[in-house]
Design a protein around this ligand. Structure first.
Ligand SMILES: [Zn+2]
Length: 495
């Protein structure tokens, strides 16, 4: 099998064929940093991170160029700057920095290129000038607008026609445009607003033109994959297509495959603060295990809407533990038994990748890893060394391509896990409830969560928190030993 992807443009799953052999160029619409990012933003970036990893994995072997832009000038960031008494640059630096910390915690790799709109004003102005020259845009008293009726294919991506779209469309009082569907390419500056020179007067670019200009400049057109959240299909991606394709040869497309990640909802009935509705991403990730969140996202089809609930995060915490324990248990198996078990694992490995090939079915692929975890007791009982080695390799390769390899390596739990006194664990849980959102872990899992949080605090040089966590464990007789390889072991002896 080979990789097949769902294309929003055609409404169909089809084999992925790159434009240039061995190379994939992809563009994903990034953040407009004007407020705290939340978990909903993270979901779609996390999916495209997995897609990118799989495209580059030896199974596909593509050289991937991944571009994700930053909309660093926008009505919203200008408003935030006024509200917070800061400059737009300060607002962008603050919120974008926090967003990137969150992405790192979730294991999302850095983009290859991260263009900021304000650093590509020349390319943007050039493209607007081309659209004006070819009759696709016009100049008014407040800026430059795209003439939607000049592009007959408008609506192709969202599968709607212009007449449908016109229903309910209005021209706002402060906009001098000819048609309600037309949209701004360049906005003339009001006094005190950030501005750049242009042939039409000083101002700033509209949001949509930034992506068209920067994708053309950095990747060239057409490119292979254009991605973003489901909410960007209309109008943002429809407008990108109108701008870019108006300047391309007839019948050519800006991108061969358009992919959209489903939206994230929070459990409306509970609305508990610990779930993180409206909670800043960084705060949420400090209290929930980022790896459990990553696994939870992977366990849901990327195109489906997803509900983030207490039950779901609780199940994901148990799932992380289950995979880790299965992997640890396999390390002790070195016998020569169980040939048929080896065959089972080899078949599972093939199934893992075949499942991923079918439009990035990460939920099915993770399911295969749990099938393997369920086979581990048999492998241990048969002392089947070859099956154990194959299963460990599948866990490493499989979780690696999903960006969740840390599940296997971050903490080595040993000895006496079964002997942890539940009363001590309950005291530990209560003492640290303000620092860590425990949820569904086994007693040993609670200890590991604290150890992980302590190691994360040390990495972040928050030594006060690290000491507090270590002392809380020590108070319950749990002793840590830090290994030279960065792992931490623990014993639950003592009083
Ligand atoms: Zn975009």
């Amino acid at each position: 099998m080979s990789l097949r992807l769902y294309n929003t443009l055609t409404h169909a799953v089809a084999p992925f064929v790159p434009i240039v052999d061995g190379e994939v160029r992809m563009y994903v619409c990034g953040l407009t940093p004007s407020a705290e990012a939340h978990l909903g933003h993270a979901r779609s970036f996390l999916f495209f991170d997995v897609l990118r990893r799989y495209l580059a994995h030896p199974r596909n072997g593509y050289h991937v160029t991944y571009v994700q832009n930053v909309t660093d000038i926008d009505d919203r960031s200008i408003a935030a700057a006024q509200n917070e008494g800061a400059s737009v640059e300060e607002i962008v630096a603050k919120y974008y920095g926090r967003f990137k910390d969150g992405m790192r915690a979730l294991g999302v790799r850095e983009p290859d290129l991260e263009p900021h709109a304000t650093q590509h004003i020349d390319a943007i102005v050039d493209m607007i000038a081309e659209l004006v020259a070819t009759g696709h845009a016009y100049v008014t008293g407040d800026g430059v607008y795209y003439a939607v009726k000049s592009f007959p294919r408008y609506g192709e991506l969202s599968h709607r026609n212009v007449d449908e779209l016109l229903v309910g469309a209005r021209i706002a009082e402060n906009e001098q445009k000819n048609d309600p569907l037309d949209f701004a390419l360049w906005k003339l500056a009001k006094p005190g607003e950030p501005q750049w020179p242009s042939p039409w007067g000083s101002g700033r670019p509209g949001w949509h033109i930034e992506c068209s200009a920067m994708s053309r400049e950095l990747l060239g057109v057409p490119f292979d994959i254009h991605g973003g959240g489901y909410d960007l299909i209309f109008p943002h991606h429809e407008n990108e297509i109108a701008q870019s394709e108006a300047l391309m040869p007839p019948h050519s497309h800006l991108a061969n495959v358009w992919m959209h990640g489903g939206l994230l909802n929070f459990d409306g009935r509970k609305m508990s603060k610990s779930l993180g509705n409206f909670e800043p991403l960084g705060v949420l990730l400090g209290r929930h295990d980022p790896l459990a969140i990553r696994l939870l996202f992977l366990q849901t089809g990327y195109r489906k809407p997803m509900n983030f609930t207490e039950d779901a995060i609780s199940a994901a915490n148990s799932a992380v533990e289950k995979l880790r324990r299965a992997y640890d248990a396999l390390a002790k198996v070195s016998g020569t038994g169980g040939d048929e078990l080896t065959a089972t694992i080899i078949a599972a490995a093939a199934r893992f990748f075949d499942t991923l090939d079918e439009d990035m079915n990460t939920a099915g692929a993770v399911g295969v890893l749990f099938d393997v975890a369920n086979t581990v007791p048999k492998i241990v009982a048969a002392d089947a060394g070859a099956a154990a080695a194959a299963a460990r390799a599948l866990f490493e390769d499989g979780l690696g391509v999903l960006g969740a390899g840390d599940i296997l390596t971050r903490t080595v739990a040993v000895a006496a896990a079964a002997d942890v006194d539940p009363v001590k664990i309950e005291r530990l849980r209560t003492a640290l409830a303000d620092a860590i959102a425990f949820n569904g872990e086994s007693p040993a899992g609670v200890v590991e969560r604290v150890i992980d949080a302590r190691n994360a605090a040390r990495k972040a040089r928050d030594f006060a928190l690290a000491d507090r966590l270590r002392n809380a464990l020590a108070a319950e007789g749990i002793v840590l030993t830090d290994g030279k390889d960065g792992s931490t072991t623990w014993t639950a002896g003592g009083a």
